[in-house]
Design a protein around this ligand. Sequence first.
Ligand code: NAP
Length: 277
Amino acid sequence: MKENDSKHRILILGASGFIGHAIYKELCAYFKTFGTYRVPHKTFKNNHHFIQYNVEEDDVYEVLEATKPTIIISALRGDFHAQTIAHQHLTEYVLDRDCKIIFLSSANVFDAYSKYPSYELDKTFSGSVYGHFKIKIENMLLRLPKKKIVIVRLPMVLGSQSPRIKEIKQHLYDKTAIEIFPNIIMNVTTETKVTQQIHYIINRNKFGVFHLGSVDLVHHDEYIKDIVNQITTKNGVLFKHVYTTNEDRYLAVLPKFNKLPKHLQITSQEVLQELNR
Ligand SMILES: NC(=O)c1ccc[n+]([C@@H]2O[C@H](COP(=O)([O-])OP(=O)(O)OC[C@H]3O[C@@H](n4cnc5c(N)ncnc54)[C@H](OP(=O)(O)O)[C@@H]3O)[C@@H](O)[C@H]2O)c1
């Protein structure tokens, strides 16, 4: 389907970011797609589909008025209080219009649970400020008509340009210690798989809560070491073992009710292979 054939106008809040930009690149050939950025950059200034927006200073209504989206994808970071207010305004817009919102949430909405991986309908419960914030926005959205919302809960998203991979490379360069959490069992994904999954969710007009992690689980420490071994063959890499509890803790989002087709699923091994390309 070409852009002009599509009825959708898509607005990505945070389209200059790691995930937001990958989503923009995936969707812009098929839909009239707009995006926001915060830090001035000539790539975005010169693109008429990009608008500068700072959640702490600007009114999101102006962005909505300028772009008139039928789908909003929230891929923002920034001050939590300001984001909460912006999402209140987004929910009002979505309620009044023929519009749907896709919110990028996180496995951290379950970070106070530890004994099991989490599924879509499990009750959210967090012990972190970040997790609490994500739960607050999720709950706000869950009050909207159910067909108007998509909540995608993401585990650690990896890619050659992901903040985490850049951080690991910086530690290797600086010869400083990379933090690993031997007790954490998690799942992972890549930004390319997430963008394909979101594209599918849009095309098929899906709604509800989606858990977009790899189908298998890994130990944080072993997986980070696998990544490091792909980046460097040097010995003597420094690791800092961080123990948050004595027992294993799960930070993993698995699908049970909203499963995507096989070609849109990913394994932790495939994530590693993609990082190696
Ligand atoms: N990456 C992961 O592993 C992961 C895992 C789970 C959930 N998530 C969620 O996915 C979303 C995107 O994450 P990401 O890793 O792609 O983040 P990112 O690379 O840091 O991108 C964040 C985006 O938000 C924009 N932004 C930051 N501060 C802002 C502000 N004050 N006002 C307006 N815009 C602002 C950034 O603009 P500039 O580039 O101009 O600063 C950028 O476009 C977030 O909601 C995050 O919680 C990510």
